[in-house]
Design a protein around this ligand. Structure first.
Ligand code: IPE
Ligand code: IPE
Ligand code: MG
Length: 248
């Protein structure tokens, strides 16, 4: 990983900031980035994958514990087959290529989403990455692949309903905690900050339950341009938010 440190002044400023523990990112705008340059969309995806590495490094440098990134939604299957296939191969290659370095950096890689629908070879790389990095603690990187929040919530309802039906669970025992612990994100604290790149003001089926009280930061910067400085800006903006959680 290449690391370009911010100026000492910015680093000091970060020290005084309220840092988010968990940042979620909707990595959007790869296609537009490529189009602006007269390149095929896939070139944008390739560049986007590189930026993820940089952002993981920032989390480690700045002490942000968890990063959850939206890599592929349940709705993204609706894209042309060639693009979907390219993305699946890109994910697999990235995992293969970056695993050793991520592991040596102490990154724990986890995946959220319905992984059973992914190509078998990608599923194998995913399992390998999760097994290899399971005990790492420097940064928890959660990658959402074939993730859809509505599907996640429905699966949870079905799972809990089955438990009630077979007498293992009383309906009144279903509370926010139990529900959260039955989602893909079980054991992961809710995000403090959600970043969406490329200016879209929508959630696109991402973490609908988990972001109930998350601070939202939208930037017009396209994901392949979202570098260390851009991330820093988002963290500073977060530090200036007044999180009230309904209180005064
Ligand atoms: C995000 O970039 C990557 C994925 C959704 C896989 P897009 O591919 O959505 O880029 P735009 O929004 O078309 O620019
Ligand atoms: C959201 O981006 C999904 C990911 C970033 C992986 P999209 O590009 O799919 O979202 P929409 O279609 O603009 O809502
Ligand atoms: Mg998009």
């Amino acid at each position: 990983m290449t690391s370009k440190l911010l100026s000492p002044l910015s680093a000091t400023l970060l020290d005084c900031q309220k840092l988010p523990n968990h940042v979620a990112v909707m990595m959007d705008g790869n296609g537009r980035w490529a189009k602006k340059r007269g390149l095929p969309r896939n070139a944008g995806h390739r560049q986007g994958a590189k930026m993820l590495k940089e952002i993981v490094r920032c989390c480690k440098d700045w002490g942000i514990q968890s990063l959850t990134v939206y890599a592929f939604s349940t709705e993204n299957w609706g894209r042309p087959t060639t693009e979907v296939e390219f993305l699946m191969v890109l994910f697999e290659r990235m995992l293969c290529k970056e695993l050793d370095e991520m592991h040596s950096e102490g990154v724990c890689i986890r995946f959220i989403g319905d992984l059973t629908q992914l190509p078998k070879s990608l599923q194998r790389e995913i399992q390998k990455a999760m097994d290899a990095t399971a005990n790492n603690q420097s940064v928890f990187l959660n990658v959402a692949i074939n993730y859809g929040s509505r599907q996640e919530i429905l699966n949870t309802c079905r799972h809990l309903a089955q438990k009630v039906q077979c007498g293992e669970l009383l309906p009144e025992k279903i509370d926010e905690h139990l529900f959260s612990q039955s989602l893909y994100t079980a054991g992961i604290e809710d995000p403090d900050l959600l970043i969406r790149t490329s200016g879209e003001m929508r959630l696109s089926n991402f973490l609908l339950w988990q972001i109930a009280y998350t601070e939202i930061y939208v930037t017009d910067t396209l994901w392949p341009d979202f570098n260390r400085e851009e991330f820093y800006r988002a963290i500073i903006a977060y530090g200036q938010r007044d999180r009230r959680f309904g209180k005064i």
